[in-house]
Write a protein that binds this ligand. Sequence first.
Ligand code: NI
Length: 190
Amino acid sequence: MALLEIKKFGCPTLRRRARRVEAITADVRTLVDDMFETMYAAEGIGLAAPQVGVSLCVVVLDVSPGDPEAEATVLINPELSQGEGEVVGEEGCLSLPGVVGDVKRRAQVRVDALDRDGNAFSAVMSDISARAVQHEVDHLNGVLVTDHFSAIKRNLLRSQLVALKREGSRQRRGPIHADPVPADSSKAPT
Ligand code: NI
């Protein structure tokens, strides 16, 4: 396993729409394992592949610090549906260290995805799991928490965001380059 570099606000990969995973190859499983290692090392509860420069629809979650009953979860090609209720809560992001702000999310969502072995599953998530999965799926669509912040909040954070943007824009995009999309994505590089 390997620790991956977490891309900061300003890294172009964070603003791309991630590609769906067409085949769960050994490379994809290695990516999942490395993402878990990277997330735990950074003390995060969720991580999306674009945050490590990989433009693929892969998410890892482990919200057990906030919900002891939660288990580590891999979500490949996750789709959210049947959102219910709304709740505002404070959110941060490993790509925006030191930045927190209120974000309105669905209180409960259903997620359909593939697991690390490529098996389809669905789950209804609530509380911190629901918040985390919506945050991570946003990453797959190139959306960041700051997009949900109020204009006033973004203004207050302006100098912090400018500094992070500068840092992120200097980061390499790898290890998987987002473009061009390979015709056979089972050959997607790591
Ligand atoms: Ni994030």
